[in-house]
Design a binder for this molecule. Structure first.
Ligand code: AMP
Ligand code: MG
Length: 423
């Protein structure tokens, strides 16, 4: 079997010393495969889960030919080509209560939108053009045969797939599944993701900070990001910069489907991690042409048939979030069984701030999308330091500036990636 590192290095334009951000995202995405294992869950519990088998419609939708408009169900053959036709009103179709019996020659039935087309009728004349005169309805000429009808099975044919496997289930899908009278669906099991922070300088909440220490915030942001993606989370805490402690943590974490770590991949620290990674698995150490988030490790840890994908993220709190959303998010979606994985949406809007930017690396700055006189624009949050987590909290989008681009002047168009979607 070709090794992971061989596979990576065979990719054209692969340069671990300077990897384009989009290239790195694709390399990761191409390698990761969905977890095996499925479970049956009730419709409500399926929210946020990934469908493992097609949902096949057990019925036609709509179930019957029905009216698309309020009006009169008629027999087209009764209508005169020229001049008005007078029809006898034989009854009414109510929602949920169809007209019983068959429409005879010269008859029509009052019908509401969604009402079942009575037997014998084949056309609906909208109420706006028809005239009532006692129990007679006058229909003008030039109606079209079959107009204003929704045919049985028009939205969905019995036996055809209503939702394809690989769909991440949102409120619309829960409703769609329920509309077919289906109470349970088969979803993939959630991927198990183990994570820990590394660093001798990290203090845990509840202990006073000693000189040179910082509170471990990454474990909390990573917890939140993994939870939002619907992963099963295994929190392995803080691990000291100590080979034995790290080895123990990696061995424990390898039982999961994926491992996310923060810290320990920057140049000064990478050397001893590198040796450890060579022992425990196959891991590439990348320098990505991006800011923040230049150093990153990606690979497999563990063997014996069970290995976990490793995402070794940088330690800086903003870099952790940016690299998670740019690389790990899509990989975890694919691991979850989402198919196809669509990249984060990007929109081009005018940027009202001047952005400092060096050509040669992609930059992911924190921005605030706002609407002014009906036009959406973006401005940068204040400090863009990669340790300034507050900038992430103030922001509602990432401003993604292309690798080749230099400074951005106010008014120029930039790509933004909004944090929140509608659904
Ligand atoms: P490293 O990549 O390990 O060199 O860390 C880079 C920077 O991020 C350092 O200033 C660390 O103190 C900080 N850092 C690393 N891990 C964490 C963490 N879990 N929480 C908050 N800050 C961190
Ligand atoms: Mg460190």
């Amino acid at each position: 079997m070709t090794s992971l590192l061989q596979t990576l290095s065979c990719a054209d334009d692969y340069d671990p010393e300077s990897l384009n951000a989009e290239r790195a995202r694709r390399l990761i995405l191409d390698l990761v495969e969905p977890v095996a294992g499925v479970e049956r869950v009730a419709v409500r519990a399926a929210l946020g889960r990934v469908l493992a088998e097609d949902v096949v419609s057990p019925l036609n939708v709509p179930a019957h030919d029905n009216s698309a408009m309020d009006g009169y169900a008629v027999r087209f053959a009764d209508l005169a080509a020229e001049g008005e036709t007078a029809l006898r009103l034989a009854g009414t179709t109510f929602a949920g209560r169809a007209f019983e019996g068959r429409l005879g020659p010269g008859e029509c039935v009052r019908i509401m939108t969604g009402g079942v087309i009575p037997q014998g009728a084949d056309t609906v004349v909208i109420q706006e053009v028809a005239r009532a005169e006692g129990d007679r309805i006058l229909v003008p000429p030039r109606q079209r045969s079959g107009q204003n009808l929704r045919r049985a099975g028009e939205d969905l044919r019995e036996g055809s797939p209503a939702i394809r496997a690989g769909k991440l289930l949102r409120p619309a899908e829960l409703g769609l599944i329920a509309s077919l009278g289906i109470g349970e669906v088969t979803v993939r099991r959630r991927p198990r993701v183990a994570f820990f922070s590394t660093g001798d300088e990290l203090a845990s909440i509840g202990t006073p900070l000693k000189e040179g220490e910082v509170y471990d915030s990454n474990r909390y942001t990573i917890h939140g990001m993994l939870a939002r993606l619907g992963c099963e989370i295994v929190d392995l805490g803080v691990v000291r910069d100590d080979p034995a402690a790290l080895e123990a943590a990696f061995r424990q974490a390898a039982a999961a489907d994926a491992i996310v770590t923060s810290g320990g991949v920057s140049v000064g620290e990478a050397d001893f991690i590198r040796a450890l990674m060579a022992k425990l698995g196959e891991v590439a150490f990348w320098k990505i042409a991006m800011r923040p988030g230049r150093p990153m490790a990606f690979g497999r840890i563990g063997g014996d048939g069970k290995a976990a994908w490793l995402f070794g993220l940088p330690g800086n709190p903003v870099a952790v979030m940016v690299t998670f959303y740019e690389f790990v998010r899509d990989a975890l979606l694919k691991l979850s069984g989402v198919d196809p994985v669509e990249p984060l949406a990007r929109f081009r809007v005018p940027c009202v701030s001047a952005l400092k930017k060096r050509p040669g690396r992609s930059e992911f700055q924190r921005g605030i999308l706002f609407c002014e006189n009906g036009e959406w624009k973006v401005r940068a949050t204040g400090s863009q330091g990669s340790g300034v987590l507050r900038s992430m909290s103030e922001a509602n989008c990432i401003i993604a500036v292309e690798q080749e681009r230099g400074n951005v002047a106010p008014g120029e168009l930039v790509d933004v990636q909004p944090f929140e979607g509608l659904i």
